[in-house]
Design a protein around this ligand. Structure first.
Ligand code: C2E
Ligand code: MG
Ligand code: MG
Length: 575
């Protein structure tokens, strides 16, 4: 056993060394008379125990003890020796980290050897305890997968960062980073692959951080970064961009190259929010927006953004109740034959009568309905309502006999397994001939899941329902789509109708030619002027639709208009 003896009194040292020598243990002793040298010697290590005199000339034993316990690895047991048998002092030394306190007059071979053995044992137990404490702390503070700090540490760090920044008149930026479509990796490559990807991402992000910044994993595929002192927005932007660039390189997992992207929301204190809760909320709002904008991008929080996101969240909440509260309504826009101007089609267009915001256009709420999945129920209601209406008009107005009703569909509806069966049941219930229902789809809706969409489209076609490709000319305008799926109707987008003139109608002429060859019926959308109408008539498109003839009307307006037109049998102007 190796012992360091620190005592300025030579007589005391000699006496203690002799006592140690008389014990039955092989003990090697190093003597030091000066406090500072003692501290240095102890720090050098290699001692099993330090015997420390309390009365030293330059420092008290307590000061020396404190200095020794400050070193990161204070791995040595310490016994304090003193000429005073002072209980309070003894307690103070124990509290400061000594394992024992022996008045010098009590030093004897048995007393000292027992004290040494006990002190060593006590110290070992203390060390074990500290180690398990450390392990527990790691478990409590560390994300076991990536080794990054976890949400608990993140929240504490953010709580501390704001007052600290306030004192220094500095700023703190909070970045929330969420991996795009991570679920897809888990679902297709498995959870082990997902874990490897998360570890790789953690490493790459960590490598881009500056010292003092903190990266935490706060959820499955969600990371948070607390950035200090980057008060210039352009530098913050640069820093964030570098983080995203770090993810560009594909990750190789199970021999597959996985490309991962992320969306980032950024908010800064004190500009965006005055406290941690609202700072987090602000960064979250920004993250939400960068996902909504198509992912793989950075979005900075602003109060205007907050307002927009807030409105969008409210709209989503209200939309969940819109159907039950009968706030959805169908408008109907007629279509006319280019030959004789007689009505030969209608399109049902949904509207939302919002209790406080008034009439909301489908362009605003259909994307929300699609994202939330509400479109499945809403879409079914639209078909049901449109068919029920059409059945009544077929009965009430000879002019409407055999006139089809067009209904717009969303991609999600095509992926619902029972969709075709639902449509068939609705048609049967309202005794509508299948060819009187026209289902309109855009190219992008089909492209979202071509195989599933393809299957549903052929089932629908088998029922006898007509399929229309909507907004042709705005998407891929792919002839392959027309070839691959059983479309019977092509709707030329209004942008083409409106940008063509009688002198420059080459594109419309080309469409006319190939649709004739393919045997497709053509609907011209967005006819607004007499010139456009005449152009479409010249090209002999089958159906014309647009404000020139009629705007979309409520059910009652449409009914009144039909009633007024029944006598003439031909409708070219609205009442
Ligand atoms: P869409 O299917 O292309 O419908 C035509 C849109 O053009 C309608 O807008 C209509 O009001 C408008 N329009 C008609 N004639 C003219 C014209 O002469 N000039 C101009 N500038 N516009 C004209 P709306 O009703 O706002 O609908 C917008 C889109 O919302 C629709 O485009 C359709 O994609 C979607 N939508 C409407 N109802 C439904 C629905 O029930 N389900 C689904 N999934 N989508 C729907
Ligand atoms: Mg349409
Ligand atoms: Mg359209």
């Amino acid at each position: 056993m190796k012992i360091l003896l620190i005592d300025d009194d030579k007589v005391d040292r000699t006496s203690i060394v002799r006592t140690l020598r008389d014990s039955c243990y092989p003990i090697e002793t190093e003597e030091v008379s000066d406090a500072e040298e003692g501290i240095r010697e102890a720090a050098r290590g290699g001692y099993d125990l330090v015997l420390l005199d309390y009365q030293l000339p330059a420092m008290t034993g307590l000061d020396v003890l404190n200095a020794m316990r400050e070193t990161p690895d204070s791995g040595t047991a310490i016994i304090m020796l003193s000429h005073h048998d002072d209980e309070a002092l003894a307690m103070a030394c124990i509290e400061a980290g000594a394992q024992d306190f022996i008045p010098k007059h009590e030093v004897s071979v048995p007393r000292l050897t027992r004290a040494i053995l006990h002190a060593r044992e006590r110290h070992r137990m203390e060390m074990d305890l500290r180690e398990s404490h450390e392990k527990l702390r790691c478990l409590a503070e560390q994300d076991p997968l990536t080794g990054l700090a976890n949400r608990y540490v993140f929240e504490n760090a953010l709580d501390n960062a704001l007052p600290q920044a306030a004192r220094k008149d500095a700023s703190v930026a909070l970045l929330l980073l969420d991996l795009d479509k991570f679920k897809h990796v888990n679902d297709t490559l498995g959870h082990v692959a997902g874990d490897s990807l998360l570890m790789e991402v953690a490493q790459r992000l960590q490598a881009k951080l500056r010292s003092g910044d903190l990266l935490c994993r706060i959820g499955g595929d969600e990371f948070a970064i607390i950035v200090h002192d980057l008060d210039r927005v352009c530098r913050l932007r640069q820093f964030t961009r570098r983080l995203l660039e770090a993810l560009h390189e594909p990750v190789s997992i199970n021999n597959a190259e996985v490309v991962v992207t992320a969306s980032v929301g950024v908010a800064t204190y004190p500009e965006c929010a005055p406290d941690t809760v609202s700072l987090l909320k602000s960064a979250d709002v920004a993250l939400y927006r960068s996902k909504e904008n198509g992912r793989n991008q950075i979005c900075f929080y602003s109060h205007q953004l907050h307002e927009q996101v807030h409105q969008r969240i409210e709209l989503e909440r209200d939309l969940r109740h819109a159907m039950a509260r009968s706030e959805l309504e169908l408008y109907y826009q007629p279509q006319f034959s280019a030959d004789d101007g007689v009505i030969n089609g209608t399109e049902a267009l949904i509207r939302w009568n919002h209790p406080t915001r008034g009439l909301i256009s489908p362009n605003e709420f259909i994307p929300i309905a699609e994202e939330t999945g509400l479109i499945v129920r809403i879409g079914e209601w639209v078909i049901e309502e449109a068919c029920s209406q059409l059945s009544r008009w077929h009965q009430d107005f000879p002019l409407m006999q055999g006139v089809p009703m067009a209904v717009n569909l969303s991609a999600v509806q095509l992926s619902t397994e029972a969709f075709a069966a639902t449509v068939a049941a609705i048609l049967e219930h309202h005794a509508i001939a299948p060819q009187c229902l026209e289902l309109e789809l855009t190219e992008s809706a089909i492209a979202e899941n071509p195989q599933v969409s393809g299957r549903t489209l052929s089932k629908l076609s088998d029922i006898g329902v007509r399929l229309a490709l909507d907004d042709f000319g705005t998407g891929y305008s792919s002839l392959q789509q027309l070839h691959r799926h059983p479309f019977q109707v092509l709707k030329i987008d209004k942008s083409f109708i409106q940008s063509s003139t009688s002198n420059d109608a080459s594109f419309l002429e080309a469409i006319h030619d190939f649709t004739r060859t393919l045997g497709l019926e053509v609907v011209a959308e967005g006819v607004e002027t007499l010139a456009q109408r005449e152009l479409c008539e010249r090209l002999r498109f089958d159906r014309l639709q647009g404000f020139y003839f009629a705007c979309p009307m409520t059910r009652d307006e449409f009914g009144r208009w039909l009633a007024a037109s029944t006598g003439t049998g031909q409708v070219t102007a609205l009442p």
